[in-house]
Structure formats: structure tokens, C-alpha cells
Design a protein around this ligand. Structure first.
Ligand SMILES: Cc1ncc(COP(=O)(O)O)c(C=O)c1O
Length: 383
């Protein structure tokens, strides 16, 4: 006798749902896009932090290595069999012994830095320990965060220091156009994607003109990866949140609501009828405090509410949240609760503002196909 099929409605709430078909579509669409532009994907695992999701991304093809945002991710994915890992947050000297440990265990780990002091520290540690760190220089191509300016003298000084020192190998350049999250038109997205690419190529050419090596030329964010029209000269593209997508990416204009693979299942626990509120058991602990859509054209509060089958009604959002209470209200003229057919105990899904923050509240995904739960996938958190 076969085991009873678990349905979404049987799950205890709040919990995290991952729609397998939407996930696969998202993976395939970026894999094919980057392949058609002649480059490779180095997927960022910071959104999902799950070996099962990573395997699906690899099945999608056109992948070389992975990108991580924490050393815990590096350890976990290395244990899960991945060898080629880019740790894409500037290295601090105290983490070099951890990197050394990964290298001696057989991991091809690459680190990034963006100042001469860091290059000197890496070199000194490497020389002292008799090892050579593989290093990429981070570029600032949009004024968003960290990185050295592509046209600066410092770029060449860092590249020389990495190349000349015994403790390091100059492996390339990388950038992340984080400002692309503030775009919301195809024209603005194309412009920032081209800027990310062109400034990275400018830095690469300057390094090569100085007779220094630069084999890896790495760019990427989900908005720019879906907008760039030519990747000539770019050896790899890093993107992460595209696997799940979210309401912020919908606001940027790189996905639709139907492309969002992640949702939080919650139960209706009460009403404040006079105020038009529905109370659920998914507060900010279950949804995260990320209010990423608050400065976009449509503010979804703590998330957009859909029925258990995933049909959302525009305007039904988690407008306010306490630790374990979500307050759902209608921000448009819809007839308050009828579109979602909600009664006490009904289950609803909440689409997240920011998939990375929402997923990080959980240790596993319930993988769903239609109304069925078809698997449970673990994920890691922390540092
Ligand atoms: C260095 C770096 N590369 C790539 C990415 C992937 O960006 P996205 O999640 O928009 O695909 C990020 C995201 O924060 C990042 O910090």
C-alpha cells in the first residue's frame, strides 16, 4: 500500500512552500538566456542555501561553480560535493585560516578584495603559510556598495600586488550592480546592465594592458542578468534570487507574480470585522521584517496574499505584522474577504517581498506540485 499523499492543506503553519514547476522554469529561463549570450552562470546560492535547489540549478545546465555569501555556505556546499566556490564578500584577514582549511580539504575556493591593504594581508598570510590564495578584485560599477573604481590607479596597484606576491594569484575581476534593484523600466535596466558589463570590461582591459592576468570576468545580479543584450568578454554571470523571484523583482520588472516560486503558508486565526482585518499566524517572524517593496510603485506591506492554490487578489496584503500575527487587509476597493473565500482556519499563502530574507526564517522547504507536497528540502542559515 502506498503512503498517503500529503497535501498542502495538511501542513502545519506557518511553513515555507516551494513550487517545483515554477522553480524549474525560472532556472531554465536564465540558463538558456546566458547560454544564448555565450557566457556561463556561476549561480549565487545565498537565496536558497539548499543542496537540493543547487542540484536543480545544475540540472538546468550552463553552470560553472557557485557563488556564496558566507563561509558557512562554503562549508556546506563543499560537503555537498561542490568544489569550485567563489566567496563573493570582501575577505577579512581573520577568515583566511578558514579559507586555508577549505583549500587543504580540496576546495577550489576563490576570494575577493577591493583594497591594497587586503591584498597585502592576503599575501603575507599566504606566504607565511606557504599557500597561494586565488583572488578576484571587486569593482564598483554603480556606486552601490563596495569595490574599487574601474578607472582608478588603485585597481592596477592591487592587481600588481596580487600578481607579484607569492601568497596570492591574480584571477580576475567581479562586480555586482546592486543599483539595478532601484530600476523599474526596461530602458533603465538595459542601461545599468550595459554599465555593469562595460565598466567591468574597461577594468579587464586596463589590467591586461598592464601585462597582468585577468582570466575571470564576473558580473551579475538578477535584474542585470535578465536585461543584458551582449556578454562578449564576460566569462561568468552570477545571479541568485531569480530561482525563487519575489515581489521586489516583480516591482523591478524582471518577473511576474506567476514566476514567484516561494510562499509562506499560514492559517486564518481570527477577524476584526469592523476594521476589515483578517488575522493570520504568519507575523514578521514567519515572513521576515523585510519591507523591500515599501519604496517601489506598489507597496505590498509584508507580502501579497493568495488563496491556498496560489491565486492572489491584487490589494490583499499583509498590511501589518507582529511577531506571530499577520494582519491582512484589502488596500483596494475589493469586497473585503470574499475574493479569497476566507473562513476561520482557512489556509492562505503569502508571496514574499524578498525571497532571501523570508527563506532565512526557515530550516526547510516543503516542495509542492499543485496541491501535493512532493518533498522536503533542507536549507542552512547563519554564519
Ligand atoms: C556579490 C553578489 N553577486 C551576485 C549576487 C546575486 O544577485 P541577485 O540575487 O540579484 O541575483 C549578489 C546578491 O546580493 C551579490 O551580493
Amino acid at each position: 500500500m502506498s503512503a498517503k499523499q500529503i497535501k498542502i492543506k495538511d501542513l502545519q503553519t506557518p511553513c515555507l512552500l516551494l513550487d517545483i514547476n515554477t522553480l524549474k522554469n525560472n532556472i531554465n529561463s536564465l540558463s538558456m538566456r546566458i547560454q544564448s549570450l555565450g557566457s556561463k552562470l556561476r549561480p549565487h546560492v545565498k537565496t536558497h542555501k539548499s543542496a537540493d535547489v543547487m542540484h536543480k540549478v545544475q540540472e538546468g545546465g550552463n553552470v560553472q561553480g557557485i557563488t556564496v555569501s558566507t563561509l558557512k555556505e562554503a562549508d556546506y556546499f563543499f560537503e555537498q560535493g561542490e568544489r569550485d566556490i567563489l566567496y563573493a564578500v570582501s575577505i577579512s584577514p581573520d577568515k583566511l585560516s578558514h579559507i586555508q582549511h577549505l583549500m587543504s580539504a580540496g576546495c577550489d575556493v576563490k576570494i575577493v578584495l577591493d583594497c591594497i591593504e587586503a591584498a597585502q594581508a592576503v599575501n603575507a598570510f599566504g606566504e607565511e603559510q606557504g599557500i597561494t590564495f586565488n583572488v578576484l578584485i571587486e569593482l564598483d560599477t554603480d556606486g552601490h556598495r563596495s569595490g574599487v573604481l574601474p578607472e582608478s590607479e588603485e585597481l592596477i596597484d592591487i592587481a600588481k600586488a596580487l600578481n607579484d606576491g607569492k601568497g596570492s594569484q591574480m584571477l580576475g575581476v567581479m562586480t555586482h550592480a546592486g543599483e539595478s534593484y532601484t530600476c523599474n523600466t526596461p530602458e533603465a535596466l538595459l542601461a545599468i546592465a550595459r554599465q555593469e558589463r562595460d565598466l567591468t570590461l574597461l577594468a579587464t582591459n586596463r589590467i591586461k594592458q598592464a601585462k597582468l592576468p585577468c582570466p575571470i570576468v564576473s558580473v551579475g545580479s538578477t535584474p542585470t542578468a535578465f536585461s543584458i543584450d551582449d556578454l562578449t568578454g564576460i566569462t561568468e554571470v552570477r545571479a541568485g534570487v531569480y530561482t525563487f523571484f519575489d515581489l521586489v523583482m516583480k516591482g523591478v520588472g524582471v518577473c511576474t507574480q506567476q514566476d514567484i516560486a516561494l510562499s509562506v503558508l499560514s492559517s486564518v486565526i481570527g477577524f476584526q470585522k469592523a476594521k476589515g482585518w483578517i488575522i493570520t499566524d504568519a507575523g514578521w517572524m514567519a515572513l521576515s521584517r523585510d519591507r523591500g517593496t515599501s519604496n517601489q510603485d506598489i507597496d505590498y506591506g509584508y507580502g501579497l496574499v493568495s488563496d491556498i492554490d496560489g491565486h492572489a487578489v491584487e490589494g490583499f496584503i499583509v498590511s501589518s505584522a507582529n511577531q506571530e500575527h499577520g494582519i491582512v487587509s484589502c488596500t483596494t476597493d475589493n469586497n473585503q474577504s470574499s475574493p479569497l473565500n476566507i473562513t476561520l482556519g482557512s489556509k492562505v499563502r503569502v508571496l514574499p517581498n524578498h525571497a532571501c530574507s523570508t527563506a532565512s526564517q526557515y530550516t526547510k522547504y516543503y516542495v509542492v506540485d499543485g496541491e501535493n507536497v512532493v518533498g522536503e528540502w533542507e536549507r542552512i542559515n547563519g554564519w
